[in-house]
Design a protein around this ligand. Structure first.
Ligand code: NAP
Length: 431
């Protein structure tokens, strides 16, 4: 048998213990596929005494995290601590400088420092693999970086956060408010105690910036992702969307025309029966548009111990086989800096929900504002009659520039008859 591929695992939480379980259970199979045994040499985490649910007695414990890179004869370090800076970054940098391969699930770190880390890996000849960082068990990084390489890719988009998809699915099914569904998701372990990265769209933004870099050959730039989360989505919007044949999904969308790049994470209306509209609960799904293929939809569980560990171990096998390519598919120094376009330039249909007093002349005032901004209305729902009281009015627009939609909302909000700030949600009709 060939020399073992010797690894250290930094982080023994959900993903780290999952990786150990996979290697302990499927060791024979992994050795066959990798052409050599995968041997866990050392591990580290914050607490040495914590019960982990896996036997780590046979592995050397490392107290000082970056010191793992000094362990003799390590081929790869698996970093599953997390965080865009701190010990995870210190360890990865040290390992890459020494030519030790790195496998990580850390999207935050790569979204912030991806180009620099990719360069370090290239300089020392190390591999930097991170399939688990984006969409769990869906092999989307490999697909974009290795399988779709014949194409110029113009768009990559999808449902990139399972927690948000679970919350939106449950809100639709139960009619419950966001806060109640979030509490239930936390109780079930689908949402973190601090859910802000998920519900504010930050986690999806990290993943989108990595997908965009691989798809377009541009520098990963999380700072250029515009993010709107889901906490302002109300049951009434989900219900109206349903009446109109749509579902609300948190979408990450990156579009590139060879020069200009727009990256957004925001709740959107998608046709309820479309492939994306059918992705429910904690599932993720990613579409890619290239010039020589239809748009394949890849879907699967985006997080959790098994799916994430499975993706981490697949990367370990690749490296053990000697398979490594630049982290973003092309040399780090060749990654382009595109012209970033902000969302005000996006042209799309919009769902507008207004809360206005039920009085004569209100619809005429709204129509005048929209007319002045060249926004035409495709359909309107006005529910209930309650003279003098607030009633909801929903407008579906034809395609309009988001800047004009924002201006219309600002003008409507100033009307005496407008009771709540208007709510605008982008409609992605063709997804
Ligand atoms: N969970 C998922 O489904 C999933 C999916 C995709 C990607 N990821 C990514 O995978 C990484 C790990 O996620 P996870 O869910 O496994 O996290 P987790 O369950 O919170 O585990 C984190 C581990 O890192 C250790 N750790 C934290 N801070 C540390 C520090 N300062 N020094 C040393 N060790 C430290 C913890 O030690 P103790 O156990 O001793 O406290 C724990 O073992 C993150 O980058 C995450 O974004 C996770």
């Amino acid at each position: 048998m060939s020399q073992p591929f010797r690894i250290g695992i930094a982080g023994l939480g959900t993903v780290g213990t999952g990786v150990i379980k996979v290697i302990q259970k499927n060791g024979d199979l992994l050795a066959l596929r990798a052409g050599r045994p995968i041997e866990i040499v050392c591990v580290t985490a914050q607490s040495k005494s914590k019960k982990r649910g896996v036997d780590i007695g046979g592995y050397r414990w490392i107290d000082d995290i970056p010191a793992m890179a000094d362990v003799d004869g390590l081929d790869a370090i698996v970093e599953v601590i997390g965080g865009s800076d701190g010990p995870a970054k210190a360890l990865i940098e040290k390992a890459l400088k020494k030519g030790i391969h790195v496998v990580t699930a850390n999207k935050a770190l790569l979204a912030h420092h991806g180009q620099q880390l990719s360069q370090m890996a290239e300089d020392s000849g190390a591999g930097l693999a991170y399939e688990a960082a984006v969409a769990g068990c869906i092999p989307i990084i490999k697909a974009v970086r290795e399988s779709f390489t014949a194409n110029r890719i113009s768009a990559v988009y999808g449902i990139l956060n399972g927690t948000c998809n679970y919350i939106l699915t449950t809100m639709r099914e139960t009619g419950c408010a966001f806060g109640d569904v979030l509490s239930e998701a936390q109780a079930k372990g689908y949402a973190e105690a601090d859910p802000s990265f998920d519900i504010e769209g930050i986690d999806a933004g990290h993943k989108l910036s990595l997908l965009a870099a691989n798809a377009f050959g541009t520098v990963p730039n999380f700072g250029a992702v515009e993010m709107t989360g889901i906490k302002d989505i109300q049951p009434i919007d989900i219900a109206f969307a349903g009446e109109l044949g749509f579902k609300i999904k948190l979408l990450g969308i990156a579009k590139f025309d060879g020069k200009q790049l727009v990256q957004t994470v925001e709740p959107c209306l998608v046709p309820g029966q479309s492939p994306l509209g059918s992705i429910e609960d904690v599932y993720n799904a990613v579409f890619v548009e290239g010039d020589f293929f239809e748009t394949p939809l890849l879907t699967g569980r985006g997080a959790g111990e098994g799916p994430t560990a499975s993706a981490v171990v697949a990367d370990i096998i690749d490296l053990a086989r000697g398979h490594k390519i630049p982290a973003f598919g092309i040399p780090a120094a060749r990654l382009k800096v595109p012209e970033y376009i902000d969302s005000s330039n996006i042209v799309a249909r919009y769902y507008l929900r207004l809360s206005v007093l039920d009085e004569p002349g209100v619809i005429a005032d709204l129509s005048a504002i929209l007319r002045d901004l060249n926004i035409s209305i495709e359909s309107m729902i006005q529910r209930g009659r309650d003279p003098g009281q607030p009633v909801p009015v929903v407008l579906m627009t034809h395609k309009a520039r988001f800047a004009d939609i924002q201006e219309a909302c600002a003008r409507i909000d100033k009307l005496r008859t407008s009771i709540e700030p208007p709510r605008a949600i982008r409609v992605e009709q063709d997804l």
